[in-house]
Design a binder for this molecule. Structure first.
Ligand code: ADE
Length: 435
């Protein structure tokens, strides 16, 4: 996949434009996809209806750096209904759905700067546009806006009420900033909410990662050996779904507790060096760098398929792979590059080592993003309401928000649950009863 060069379009010119998307004539298809996703996002739709009446974000400038998908489109509609003045930019150069970006501009009046396949300069020019919007609330998927607010654009940090972070990798970065005493603004670890990671990371990544692999390769998963690097929530979801398709799943881990968990969940656990020669498909979901390196690539079977579903494109050492390859063929089939090693063995890399679920498929399904984005919407409302009280720390999403979303989701799924009896409540609150 070659990057989209915005040749002749200088950074300054991008910044002067009210939006920067590939082609506004794609809007009709984008709108149809946004509305189709909306059918499966009932909790967010309820919030949007209330936001439309109450306008809790009236006149607040919000900059969002998220994957520009149909589901994100519905979050943008919700924030806009709440009165926010919005700018949306991509959180990954390969994840933008150009039709959705076009529709958000044309049909929903959102300022979007995002083009699928944008080159590095354009990506950073878009981030710059989001920061120059001088937001009071930011939403990140991977901490790029927060990074800008702590490096190139520190002058805007003072005006921020709160920054909301969607993903594990981003939260790790925010906690590192906090530990080093360098955090400049209040942040909410939206990823850590149970209404987010238990469902989005596990069922969303599980399904969409496999979807990306299947769309790119068209291969049967049954009977293959699938190596999942990492057994966090995303890795668990992916392993579970690969097993469901009939794969022989091997887990690699560095965390001994997660390794036990993987073993007791019925998976083989091996170091990558031992998994490399037996795997047919490899997928990294660790959040760390260079998990699969030249020493591993050299041991792989001919036509091993390799991809990544962690946030950044650093989990596969592709520079190292390029060094040991005698030939690299880009896009030999859509979404896949072929690296031929000196031994003659070939390694197929999906989506340039970027998020396979968004690079080669459409990301998590709407039903799971419903909860993630309901959490984002309600946390932004909470932040605005409590702006004066927020300390410059990493905050958890308030429990009442999670409980509200969980109850609403159950209701829309037509699932009822029991209530604690007064006796049970008393028992849970005491340490002497019933012993
Ligand atoms: N991250 C993973 N899947 C996504 C989706 N469908 N929309 C936005 N962000 C995502």
């Amino acid at each position: 996949m070659s990057p989209t060069k915005t040749k002749g379009v200088s950074q300054a010119r991008i910044l002067r434009q009210p939006h920067h998307v590939r082609d506004l004539s794609l809007a009709a298809q984008g709108k149809a996809r946004i509305l189709w996703a909306d059918r499966d996002m009932p909790v967010l739709a309820m919030i949007r209806e209330r936001f439309g009446k109450e306008k809790p974000l009236r006149g607040r400038r919000v900059s969002a750096c998220l994957h520009v998908t149909a589901e994100t489109g519905n979050l943008m509609r919700t924030l806009k209904a709440g009165g926010a003045e919005l700018v949306l930019v991509a959180s990954n150069p390969l994840s933008t759905q150009d039709d959705v970006a076009a529709s958000l501009v044309k049909d929903f009046g959102v300022r979007v700067y995002a083009i699928r396949g944008e080159d590095r300069d354009t990506y950073y020019a878009h981030l710059d546009a989001a920061l120059r919007h001088t937001p009071v609330i930011t939403m990140d998927d991977g901490a790029d806006l927060v990074h800008g607010l702590h490096t190139t654009h520190t002058r805007y940090a003072k005006g921020i009420i709160a920054s909301l972070e969607e993903t594990t990798t981003g939260v790790n970065r925010l906690r590192a900033l906090e530990r080093q005493g360098e955090l400049l603004l209040p942040v909410f670890a939206v990823n850590d909410a149970e209404t987010k990671h238990l469902f989005d990371n596990r069922y969303g990544t599980g399904q969409s990662t496999l979807d990306g692999i299947i769309r790119a390769t068209d291969i049967l998963i049954a009977g293959r050996t699938v190596v999942a690097a990492g057994y966090g929530w995303c890795g668990k979801g992916f392993a579970m779904r690969a097993k469901g398709h009939g794969a022989d799943v091997v887990i690699t881990e560095v965390n001994p507790i997660r390794a036990i968990e993987a073993r007791m969940d019925g998976f083989r656990v091996l170091p990558m060096a031992q998994a490399a020669p037996i795997g047919d498909i490899f997928c990294t979901v660790t959040g760390n760098m260079h998990v699969i390196r030249p020493e591993h690539f050299l041991k792989m079977k001919d036509y091993a398929i390799v991809c990544n579903s962690g946030h950044f494109d650093i989990e596969l050492d592709l520079k190292g792979l390029a060094k040991i390859a005698k030939k690299i063929e880009k896009n030999v089939v859509p979404f896949m590059d072929r690296y031929t090693l000196r031994s003659g063995r070939r390694i197929m890399v999906i989506a340039e080592g970027r998020l396979v679920n968004l690079g080669a498929a459409h990301g998590h399904p709407a039903s799971v993003m419903d909860m993630s984005f309901a959490t984002q919407a309600l946390t932004s409302e909470y932040a605005v309401k409590n702006a004066k009280k927020l300390t410059v720390t990493v905050h958890d999403v308030p429990r009442h928000i999670e409980e509200y979303i969980a109850h609403m989701k159950l209701k829309t799924m037509n699932v009822s649950i029991d209530k604690l009896t007064p006796e049970q409540k008393k028992y849970l609150a005491s340490w002497t009863m019933g012993t």
